[in-house]
Write a protein that binds this ligand. Structure first.
Ligand SMILES: N[C@@H](CCC(=O)N[C@@H](CS)C(=O)NCC(=O)O)C(=O)O
Length: 217
């Protein structure tokens, strides 16, 4: 059965692949699972039909037959359990990869989101200039720790996994800030993720929503 995901009809990132449907698209491309996309306006996201799928009126969601999921991490975990390629077979390696999924979403993403929210919504506040460096320092602490752990490895735990997929998409949310670039191994790590053919197909598909032009690949 072909799953259907939801995405922004008009993404605020103008097709830079920063919205969270990108990580779900990437996961589906990694496992070669075709999918449909239902695009939603901001108004539709807060209407009863979508709220019945997503209690917080957000994207992405995932529908497959009787199953409806929300939360990008849960969706990717579901895809990774159903298909080979995103989590290792070995039980311990699988547990470690799942640990990195949680680390990406619950330890690394929150300070990055706090910073993005401040940049997007608080620029006109009198305290913004003082607060932004504090938020950026918190991001740097996490990135420094992550950089130390990654060291010279290609991926967080041996082979590429759903943990890397989530971590790369989380780090990409700093796109344009110049912060990741201060950690050359993290920059190379993000570039390694972006170079994966599945990433590129997913990126082109979400960009096509913005440009209105079909993907060329
Ligand atoms: N923790 C959720 C966050 C979902 C989320 O924040 N989605 C954003 C798009 S990336 C959204 O729908 N924003 C619009 C809104 O919150 O009204 C997940 O990982 O799926």
């Amino acid at each position: 059965m072909t799953p259907t995901i939801t995405a922004f009809e008009s993404s605020p990132d103008r097709g830079r692949g920063l919205a969270r449907d990108m990580r779900v698209r990437w996961a589906l491309e990694e496992v070669r699972q075709p999918y449909d996309v239902r695009l939603l306006s901001f108004k539709e996201m807060k209407e009863p039909a979508h709220l019945s799928l997503h209690p917080f009126g957000q994207i992405p969601t995932y529908e497959e037959g009787d199953l409806a999921l929300f939360e990008s991490g849960a969706i990717i975990f579901h895809i990774a359990q159903r298909h080979a390629g995103l989590l290792p077979e070995d039980a311990n390696a699988r547990a470690r990869a799942i640990t990195w999924m949680f680390a990406a979403l619950s330890t690394v993403e929150p300070p990055i989101v706090d910073r993005s929210m401040a940049v997007l919504f608080d620029r006109d506040k009198p305290w913004h200039k003082e607060r932004l460096p504090i938020l950026e320092d918190r991001v740097r602490v996490r990135l420094g720790e992550l950089s130390n752990r990654l060291g010279g490895a290609d991926w967080l735990d041996d082979a590429f996994s759903a943990g890397d997929l989530l971590m790369v998409t989380v780090l990409r949310r700093l796109d344009g800030s110049g912060i990741v670039e201060k950690y050359p191994n993290l920059s190379a790590y993000v570039a390694r993720g972006e170079a994966r053919p599945a990433y590129q197909r997913a990126f082109d598909d979400q960009l096509a929503v913005f440009t209105g032009k079909p993907p060329t690949g």
